[in-house]
Write a protein that binds this ligand. Structure first.
Ligand SMILES: Cc1ncc(COP(=O)(O)O)c(C=O)c1O
Length: 390
């Protein structure tokens, strides 16, 4: 049955651009020096490392010294959050949202067990936090705010700039600055990000979400931010993230970032049109469905749909047999039981949440692929509903 291969799980990971693979090649076997070595091999590696840092910094409107390479988005989030907290002498209060990626969500749960208090801000039906709720949640001992830029399950984009501006006003009245971190893993390479405009202190990135290689992430840390390392070793990345730099992956990150930022609006329009086509097709042909977090404040590539009386995992496997790859939400959530914490925060009925599928598009998807999905999906849903115990 598996004749087609249609990949609609681009929020989990993406295919690496061929140009990225090309530029990475020689850094495995020709320019393979350790960037910390003093000889010529090392110097060459150091030059390309700094060049990649310059490219990424300039696209983000940051200074090169504000960009730190890590191994992934998860590590960037952990360094940002734990690094800020470690720089304080005392425990205190943290503000986050109730729909963060597990990288932030479970870290906050861990911090609660270790003496920190955490406020998880609720969201409206579109998955957006309220500025008023945010302002009310600030306490005398608040140390850090960490709110994601776009959500990985429903695509909702948070008003990061507004929250940051409110926080600046609050900070003027306080002795201890409250730092602001955003997890931008789902927006980097998809939206033109400007760290000065966003007005954040820390911003986490990951290259494999925008057609770069896996195993490489980045963290923006605004100059003057008091942050401590969470792992110890060499002096790489100014001591904040010790360990030999992964030069091929860093080169790939910079190249993919350059390509992604080129014609970004055109690509977004293409992806948005595919999403709208699929959404309309589903609404026209399949009864009893709910679009989760459907507001217009969302990234163009994520569509989350609940099919009533359907188990999402059964649907995922049926679609997979037809060569269509989708997800039941966060890639990292697969295998875990219970409804997604994101859909729970949206107050989606747990039974409805069990039938939620995330379709996520990328630059290589086509209209023909969406047409194919729409020829398969209604029949599959009909079959699953006929045998549904729900
Ligand atoms: C919003 C968000 N943050 C963090 C991560 C973790 O990124 P990585 O897979 O690079 O660790 C993901 C991955 O799905 C994500 O979507």
């Amino acid at each position: 049955m598996l004749q087609k291969k249609i990949y609609l799980d681009n929020s989990a990971t993406t295919a690496v651009y061929p140009e990225v693979i090309d530029v990475m090649q020689k850094y495995f076997s020709k320019i393979y020096g350790n960037a910390s070595s003093l000889h010529n091999f090392g110097k060459q590696a150091k030059i390309v490392l700094n060049n990649a840092r310059d490219i990424i910094a300039s696209k983000l409107n940051a200074d090169p010294e504000e960009i730190f390479f890590t191994s992934c988005g998860t590590e960037s989030d952990n360094i940002a959050i734990s690094g800020i907290l470690n720089a304080y002498k005392q425990r205190g209060h943290i503000i986050t949202s109730s729909i963060e990626h597990h990288a932030v969500f479970y870290l906050c749960k861990h911090l609660e067990k270790n003496g920190y208090r955490v406020t998880y801000l609720g969201v409206n039906k579109d998955g957006i936090v309220s500025i008023e709720d945010f302002k009310k949640s600030v306490k005398d001992d608040t140390l850090l705010v960490t709110i994601m830029h776009a959500n990985n399950e429903i695509g909702a984009i948070q008003p990061i700039e507004t929250i940051a501006n409110e926080l600046r006003k609050i900070n003027k009245t306080r002795k201890n600055k409250i730092y602001f971190h955003t997890d931008a893993v789902q927006t980097i390479g998809k939206l033109q990000l400007d760290v000065k405009k966003l007005n954040v202190d820390l911003l986490a990135m990951s290259a494999h979400k925008f057609n770069g290689p896996k195993g490489i992430g980045g963290l923006y840390v605004k100059k003057g931010t008091h942050i401590s390392p969470i792992t110890f070793g060499g002096h790489q990345e100014n001591g904040l993230r010790p360990g030999t730099e992964n030069i091929p992956a860093i080169i790939g990150f910079a190249k993919a970032f350059e390509i992604s930022n080129t014609k970004i609006e055109e690509k977004n329009r293409h992806i948005f049109n595919l999403k709208e086509k699929l959404k309309k097709g589903i609404l026209d042909t399949i009864p009893n469905i709910i679009i989760n977090g459907s507001g217009n404040k969302s990234v163009s590539n994520i569509l989350n749909v609940s099919f009533s009386c359907v188990e999402a995992e059964a649907l995922l496997f049926m679609l997979d047999r037809h060569g269509i790859a989708v997800s039941t939400g966060s890639a990292c959530a697969s295998g875990s039981s219970g409804p997604s914490h994101v859909l729970s925060a949206l107050h989606v009925d747990p039974i409805i949440a069990r039938g939620a599928i995330r379709f996520s598009f990328g630059c290589y998807n086509t209209e023909t692929e969406v047409d194919y999905v729409l020829t398969i999906l209604p029949d599959v849903i009909k079959k699953l509903r006929l045998i549904s115990p729900i």
